[in-house]
Design a protein around this ligand. Structure first.
Ligand SMILES: N[C@@H](CCC(=O)N[C@@H](CS)C(=O)NCC(=O)O)C(=O)O
Length: 226
């Protein structure tokens, strides 16, 4: 039995990625949401997740007692466990490209990640406009992402295949950030954004984030209590 441990859907981008994959590909799993309070060692969150994952982070996947941690390793494990579901693109080169892009997401875009936290509940367009003026590194991150998105096989395809694959799950939280902070993108990028927003698993994540929303101060750079 697969058990996926995640954080608050409003904030947790790393949880969102494997959750979208497991949900989109209809893989049976049990979800355990470990609510964020803060990330100090004495937090409720740490007390709970440390019993499952010694890194003290989400996401974590437990398969009949066997732990897999880190979003990318979890997606790789699912791809190997369910080869018939084609979680990566079937074309060799597109598969390599999808892995390159996922790894780049995993290790880059520090400005976007640090100043534009995902916050599905918040409209932060005024903050986004200000950040855009002041932060050249943010502009650089967005430009690189738009370049990657523009190189998809067809304007109407997902990033590396006609179908949604792991790499799209890796960039879905970027779509959420662009929307929340009102980052203006090209018509071609907007086409990809619309495609991601039409994926039922993405819609479900957003709806559940809204339904379960809790204000978590340490995840809110730009808002005080709502
Ligand atoms: N590289 C890890 C990052 C995991 C991560 O940073 N998760 C955040 C939640 S989105 C977390 O658990 N933070 C707790 C902390 O930093 O103490 C992955 O891809 O899974």
């Amino acid at each position: 039995m697969l058990e996926l441990f995640i954080g608050d859907k409003n904030y947790s981008t790393w949880s969102m990625r494997p959750w979208l994959v497991i949900q989109h590909f209809n893989i049976p799993f049990t979800e355990h949401l470990i609510a964020f309070d803060h990330f100090d060692v004495d937090s409720q969150f740490k007390q709970s997740i440390l019993k499952i994952n010694p890194t003290g982070k989400v996401p974590a996947l437990v398969d009949d007692g066997f732990l897999i941690w880190d979003s990318l390793a979890i997606c790789e494990y699912l791809a190997e466990k369910f080869p018939e579901k084609h979680l990566w693109p079937q074309d060799l080169k597109q598969r390599a490209r999808a892995r390159s892009m996922s790894a780049e997401m995993h290790s880059s875009f520090m400005s976007l990640r640090s100043c534009c936290d995902m916050n599905l509940d918040a409209d932060l367009k005024h903050i986004g406009a200000q950040l855009w003026q002041e932060n050249l590194k943010l502009q650089h991150d967005v430009k690189r992402i738009e370049q990657l998105w523009s190189e998809r096989p067809h304007p109407d395809s997902f990033l590396c295949a006609d179908e949604f694959t792991i790499v799209d799950a890796f960039y879905a939280p970027v779509v959420m950030r662009f929307m929340g902070y009102g980052i203006a993108v090209s018509a071609n990028s907007q086409r990809y954004i619309d495609k991601i927003l039409a994926v039922p698993a993405v819609q479900q994540w957003i709806a559940e984030a809204q339904a379960e929303f809790r204000f978590v101060a340490c995840e809110e750079q730009y808002r005080s209590q709502v």
